[in-house]
Design a protein around this ligand. Structure first.
Ligand code: TXA
Ligand code: MG
Length: 315
């Protein structure tokens, strides 16, 4: 349950959104940096705050299906099935956009990515603001995603307001899918796997590739700490353990490092995902000159985790 003070903070944040300002807010995936999706000047402030290039479109967050009609054009019945199964939750669906959505939100594309988040603070904020909220993750472009309010406060100190919502329970950005006449394809892996979504509509790939106009923002390099990050097995031999931080999956490392942390003693990938970005933030601040992180099996949620780790460690 929310306290009265928390509700008041959300009301203040909603007023800022209505006034054309930018506010950071929690979601179950990562913290977002939000603005009124109908207001191009407000959305411009998101790009400025994040130093994000304009070719990278934003996800629009809604609180109910009525808002879906305000941001998209023409309702595909398949979206209703997907919504009843996965919303509110960590699924973004790329759909034909409504004329009310300005070009800056979609980087000029005719489509818009839409998601109904599950976090009660996010839902309440959208409802009180009365408009859909365009929001990328609340980090500097290309850097680690924020899963705690302090990550936003530290890395984006200029943001007027950061709503508190605890630690993001999923810890990885939403799965992004696009529909085509025969089914769906995945533009970004996330908490919901291909198999989860296949229970609702068939998978059919038209072959989306990173770097193509239909998959803007799917850059090879992303989510990076400031110091070099190596997935186990790729670290240079010359790395000195006493200047290196180590992030383990299940068991502590056998060698002594400057610092180390175990993400999930019970070897649970959902726990790994939830704690991964916070561990990377901590190790990035620890004074280590490099970070080593253990790979996970590339199945189910492990696909999304390894996608993020490869991009974070791309050199
Ligand atoms: O979980 C999440 O999705 C979080 C929270 C805040 O909701 N948001 C998030 O946003 O991860 P961001 O901006 O970091 O990533 C959004 C990505 C873009 O980089 C782009 O690749 C893709 O979504 N995207 C957005 N609109 C698109 C469109 N119309 N077509 C294709 N890709 C799109
Ligand atoms: Mg991001």
């Amino acid at each position: 349950m929310m306290t009265e003070e928390e509700r008041n903070r959300i009301s203040q944040a909603a007023e800022l959104i209505k006034a054309g300002d930018v506010v950071a807010f929690p979601t179950e995936t990562v913290y977002g940096l939000g603005a009124n999706a109908f207001d191009p000047e407000a959305v411009t402030k998101i790009f400025q705050t994040k130093e994000r290039p304009h070719f990278d479109p934003l996800i629009v967050h809604i609180a109910d299906l009525k808002q879906l009609e305000e941001v998209t054009s023409g309702l595909d019945v398949r979206v209703k099935s997907l919504a009843s199964e996965f919303w509110p939750g960590p699924l973004t669906i790329v759909l034909p956009k409504n004329d009310r959505i300005p070009d800056i939100v979609t980087s000029g594309l005719e489509t818009v990515g839409v998601r109904m988040p599950r976090h009660e603070v996010a839902l309440r904020l959208i409802r009180e603001a009365g408009v859909p909220i365009a929001a990328p993750s609340a980090n500097k472009f290309g850097m680690l995603s924020p899963t705690q309010s302090k990550h936003v406060l530290q890395k984006l100190p200029g943001v007027k307001m950061v709503l508190e919502g605890g630690e993001s329970q999923i810890g990885l950005e939403s799965t992004i899918i696009r529909l085509n006449p025969k089914g769906f394809e995945i533009l970004r892996p996330g908490f919901f796997s291909k198999e989860d979504i296949e229970k609702v509509i068939p998978y059919f790939s038209e072959g989306v590739q990173a770097g193509h106009p239909e998959a803007p923002g799917m850059l090879d390099s992303h989510y990076s700490p400031r110091v070099p990050l190596y997935i186990t097995g790729t670290e240079p031999e010359a790395l000195d353990p006493m200047n290196t931080a180590y992030i383990a999956f299940q068991k502590p490392p056998s060698v002594q490092y400057l610092s180390s942390v175990v993400l999930s003693p019970k070897a649970d990938m959902a726990e790994y995902a939830m704690k991964m970005f916070a561990a990377l933030h901590d190790m990035d601040e620890s004074g280590a000159e490099a970070i080593i992180i253990e790979a996970v099996p590339e199945e189910a949620l492990g696909i999304a985790i390894m996608d993020r780790l490869r991009k974070a460690s791309h050199s």
